[in-house]
Design a protein around this ligand. Structure first.
Ligand code: COA
Length: 161
C-alpha cells in the first residue's frame, strides 16, 4: 500500500478533530481498555487536563474513534498516548490523528515531537516511521508487564518551523 496516500483519501472517510472534554471520558476509557493491557485510569486522564497538555479527539460524525494526549515541555511535544478504538482501526484514523497533532504542535511553536513505543508494538512503530519519526534510542525495561519489563523505542520528529 502506498504510504503517501491517506486512508481518508482512499476510503473517503471524513474525520473531525476537536479538543477532548472530560465528558468524553467514558468513551475514552472504553477505547483505552481496547488498546492496552495496562490502560490508564480515569484519574490519569483527568490529570492531563492542564494548560501545557493538548488532548485531541478524532471523531467520525458524532462518534469518538480515538484520541491523543500530548504534553508540551518547553519546545518539545511529548506524545503520551495515541489510541484508536478497535472497530475503527485500519481506516487511517491513527495516521490522520498523528498528522493533526504534529500540525498543532508546529502551530504552537514546538520544535520536536518525542514519543516512546513498546518494542513489540510494530504496527505503531511502522506508523511513526512512515510519518518521518526517527528512532533515537531505547529505554531498557521502560514498560512493566506480567511477563517481565519491555523496552521502549524512543522516537523523535524534528519540526522545521
Ligand atoms: C497504533 C494505532 C493508533 C494505529 O491506528 P489505526 O487507525 O489503526 O492506524 P491507520 O489505519 O492510520 O494505519 C496507519 C499505519 O499504521 C501501521 N499499522 C496500523 N496497524 C497495523 C497493524 N496491525 N500491523 C502493522 N502495521 C499497522 C501501518 O503502517 C499503517 O499504514 P499502512 O496501512 O499504510 O501500512 C492503533 O492500532 C491503536 O490504537 N493501537 C492500540 C494503542 C497503541 O498501541 N497506541 C500506540 C502507542 S505508542
Amino acid at each position: 500500500m502506498d504510504g503517501t496516500r491517506s486512508y481518508r483519501a482512499m476510503q473517503g472517510i471524513d474525520f473531525v478533530f476537536r479538543p477532548l472534554q472530560p465528558e468524553d471520558l467514558p468513551e475514552v476509557l472504553e477505547i483505552e481498555r481496547q488498546g492496552y493491557a495496562r490502560p490508564w485510569s480515569e484519574s490519569v486522564f483527568l490529570d492531563c487536563f492542564r494548560d501545557n497538555y493538548r488532548l485531541w479527539a478524532i471523531c467520525h460524525g458524532d462518534r469518538l474513534v480515538g484520541y491523543a494526549i500530548v504534553a508540551y515541555q518547553f519546545d518539545e511535544a511529548h506524545l503520551l498516548n495515541l489510541c484508536v478504538g478497535r472497530a475503527s482501526r485500519g481506516q487511517g484514523a491513527g495516521r490522520e490523528l498523528l498528522r493533526y497533532l504534529v500540525a498543532r504542535s508546529i502551530h504552537d511553536g514546538m520544535h520536536q515531537v518525542l514519543l516512546e513505543v513498546r518494542r513489540s508494538n510494530e504496527g505503531a512503530a511502522a506508523l511513526y516511521l512512515s510519518e518521518g519519526f526517527e528512532e533515537i534510542g531505547v529505554r531498557p525495561g521502560y514498560y512493566p508487564g506480567v511477563d517481565g519489563a519491555e523496552d521502549a523505542r524512543v522516537m523523535k520528529l524534528d519540526l522545521h518551523t
